[in-house]
Design a protein around this ligand. Structure first.
Ligand SMILES: Cc1cc2nc3c(=O)[nH]c(=O)nc-3n(C[C@H](O)[C@H](O)[C@H](O)COP(=O)(O)O)c2cc1C
Length: 199
C-alpha cells in the first residue's frame, strides 16, 4: 500500500459547501466517475452498481424532487432548515445517484442458492465500494462532495423523471461541486479500541 494511496484517501472529506465551477470538464468528470465505478470490486464480479450522473439543471431537478417529497413529511416549522440543506446540495455542479440492480442480485441468488442470503448484503457492500471510489476520485480532482441518503423519498419520481428501470434501487446520492468553504477537522477514535494485532 503506497503512501500515495493513503494521501489520496485522506483527501476525501465531506464537503457541504458546494459551488458550480469545478476544475474538470463535464466529460472528464464523467470519465473519472465511470472509471472509479468500473474499477470498484463487486461480489462475484457481478457489477451490480448502476450510476446516474446529473449535471446542472438536472441535478437541481433531483433536489427539487427530494424537497417536494420532504415537504410532505417534515413539519412546516422545521422546513426552512431542511430547505436550506437541500438547496446547498443543489448549489453544486451535479449529483451522482448510486443504484443497485436488483435483477443482478436475484440472478445471483438463483445461480448460487447456497449464498442466496448473502447477495443482498454483498450488493450493499458493492455500492459502498463504488461510492468510496467515486468520492475519493472526485476529491483528488479537487472536487468537493458529500454522501446523502434521501432514498426512498425521491425514488419513484426520479425513476419517472429519468426513465430508470424499476429494478434499479437508489442507495445513495452524492452532490458534488467546487469547494466553496472550509472543511472542519476530523476526530479519530483511539486506535487501541479499533485494532487488535497479533504476531
Ligand atoms: C455509509 C455512510 C453513510 C453516510 N450518510 C450520510 C448522510 O446521509 N448524510 C451526510 O451528510 N453524510 C453522510 N455520511 C458522511 C459521514 O457523516 C462522514 O463521512 C463522516 O462524518 C466522516 O467525515 P469525512 O467524510 O469528512 O471523513 C455517510 C458516510 C457513510 C460512510
Amino acid at each position: 500500500m503506497s503512501q500515495t494511496f493513503i494521501d489520496a484517501i485522506r483527501r476525501r472529506r465531506t464537503q457541504y459547501a458546494l459551488g458550480r465551477e469545478i476544475p474538470l470538464s463535464n466529460d472528464d468528470t464523467n470519465a473519472l466517475i465511470r472509471e472509479a465505478v468500473r474499477q470498484a470490486p463487486s461480489s462475484f464480479n457481478s457489477q451490480s452498481s448502476r450510476v446516474v450522473i446529473l449535471w446542472g439543471a438536472q441535478s437541481v431537478r433531483f433536489w427539487e424532487i427530494t424537497k417536494d417529497a420532504l415537504r410532505k413529511i417534515v413539519p412546516a416549522d422545521a422546513f426552512a432548515s431542511t430547505e436550506e440543506k437541500i438547496d446547498s446540495f443543489a448549489a453544486g455542479a451535479g449529483t451522482v445517484l448510486f443504484y443497485e440492480d436488483q435483477n443482478v442480485v436475484k440472478g445471483l441468488q438463483e445461480q448460487f442458492p447456497l449464498y442466496a442470503d448473502n447477495f443482498p448484503v454483498w450488493s450493499e457492500h458493492s455500492t459502498g465500494m463504488a461510492q468510496f471510489a467515486v468520492w475519493t476520485a472526485l476529491a483528488n480532482a479537487e472536487i468537493g462532495a458529500s454522501l446523502q441518503h434521501y432514498n426512498p423519498l425521491p425514488d419513484e419520481a426520479a425513476a419517472a423523471e429519468w426513465d430508470l428501470p424499476a429494478h434499479w434501487t437508489l442507495r445513495a446520492q452524492m452532490p458534488f461541486g467546487a469547494h466553496a468553504g472550509d472543511i472542519g477537522d476530523k476526530t479519530f477514535m483511539d486506535d487501541a479500541e479499533r485494532f487488535r494485532i497479533f504476531g
